[in-house]
Design a protein around this ligand. Structure first.
Ligand SMILES: Cc1cc2nc3c(=O)[nH]c(=O)nc-3n(C[C@H](O)[C@H](O)[C@H](O)COP(=O)(O)O)c2cc1C
Length: 394
């Protein structure tokens, strides 16, 4: 029987910690290497139905201990990124089922990231003539991807009514059911960065005077109500949350004196739910001269490790070597790789063999085709072709 992720002895082993199996909730994972959630814009619009190209991409990466899907919308209203998939219609469920089946056949596990972009969206994306919704009528001032190579600035959203809030919570419940019926092993709620739940937590974007605004508890309420709706469908051992202080430090998302206490409140409270995991990001932005400057680099990991006692998945700019050390230091239980998973479908095998990693082709991160998506070679392919790899033209 495997040891639980937080068990004292679970970090021991000869192969290195990253490649050790782990008990994740009630799931036995082959290793502690996680594929981070990565929006790739390969889902055809308007149906937002996952397709065969996406199946191939995820199947190629199934040797990860855990795949977290790209951000996936819980409703039409939740949409805010062109070319991203949904998890609320029957067609979407069928599309995802072919993907989860393929990952399972390859011995992998996969959870879906449930996403609501709230005010960081555009009318063109939410469709039906609707306006993006936010906690209050305040522009979050972010760029939105409205097409391949097209971005636009956000506008002032419509402030959510209590009915809109109830509907949003119902949408998370519904999407959770579709996710269960689509064969996922669990879900992760995207609770951070610039998206709906973080919008409610930002004092400058949330001017509400009802139960969803004002105090920290009120500003975090929507996240916990959505979490509880998800927990009506899934056992807590299959549910996780991505949360923290990580934001772009641009436009409406700059840290303030309430950023840290709010994130601390969220982390402390998440302890009560016995979740499969919480996903913690190191900061991407330069925090110099911000109220959260001490969280720079690994500061954020040390800070939140003390507050959360369950399984932490650590992410952002962590090399396999560094990840090994972070696990050894018990700052987290699993390491998520984003960009390295885009470029290395066989990342686990490369870690095993200490092989070189493929070069990144950022120009293919977002796009419509297989180029820059499913055409990265494995180390075996490179060795057979003696490095003569033909990439498709981007
Ligand atoms: C192309 C791209 C798409 C991303 N999409 C998502 C997403 O859908 N959901 C999410 O939570 N994070 C997303 N992220 C953030 C990644 O999950 C990860 O945090 C980031 O790449 C940093 O980790 P890394 O240094 O290992 O790449 C995305 C990042 C990139 C580069």
């Amino acid at each position: 029987m495997l040891k639980s992720a937080t068990d004292e002895t679970s970090h021991e082993g000869s192969k290195g910690f990253l490649l050790q199996p782990i008990l994740f909730g009630d799931l036995e994972l082959r290793n502690r290497v996680v594929m981070a959630p990565l929006t790739r814009m390969r889902t055809p619009t308007p149906g937002a139905v996952p397709n065969d190209l996406m199946r191939e991409y995820y199947e190629q990466r199934a040797s990860a201990g855990l795949i977290i899907s790209e951000g996936t919308f819980v409703s039409d209203q939740a949409r805010g990124w062109f070319g991203a998939p949904g998890i609320y219609t029957e067609e979407q469920r069928k599309g995802w089922l072919t993907i989860t089946d393929a990952v399972h056949r390859a011995g992998g596990h996969m959870i879906v990231q449930l996403w609501h972009q709230g005010s960081v969206s555009s009318r063109a994306l939410v469709g039906h003539g609707y306006s993006p919704l936010g906690p209050s009528a305040v522009n979050p001032e972010q760029l939105v991807h409205t097409g391949y190579g097209n971005t636009e600035m956000t506008q002032v959203p419509t402030a959510m009514t209590l009915d809109d809030i109830r509907q949003t919570i119902a949408d998370f419940r519904h999407a959770s059911k579709v996710a269960r019926d689509a064969g996922f092993d669990g879900v992760q709620i995207q609770g951070g960065f610039v998206y709906l739940f973080q919008q409610f937590m930002q004092e400058n974007l949330n001017l509400r005077t009802d139960n969803y605004g004002g105090s920290i508890e009120n500003r975090a309420r929507l996240l916990f109500e959505a979490l509880e709706a998800v927990l009506e469908v899934w056992p807590s051992s299959r549910v996780g949350v991505k949360a923290g202080t990580m934001m772009p430090e641009r436009g409406g998302f700059r840290s303030s004196s309430s950023t840290l206490p709010t994130a601390e409140y969220v982390y402390r409270r998440l302890n009560d739910y016995d979740l499969s995991h919480v996903m913690l990001m190191r900061q991407l932005a330069d925090l110099s001269d911000t109220p959260i400057e001490p969280l720079q680099r690994d500061g954020v990991l040390h800070h939140f490790r003390k507050l959360y006692s369950g399984t932490l998945i650590l992410n952002v700019d962590i090399s396999p070597k560094r990840g090994e050390q972070l696990l050894r230091d018990k700052l987290g239980e699993m390491i998520a790789f984003g960009r390295e998973y885009i470029a290395n479908p066989d990342l686990v095998e490369r870690i095993r063999r200490s092989s070189k990693l493929n070069p990144q082709r950022p120009e293919g991160y977002y796009g419509a085709t297989a180029a820059g998506y499913t055409d990265y070679p494995t180390i075996d392919e490179i060795e057979t072709t003696q490095g003569e790899v033909q990439y498709a033209r981007l």
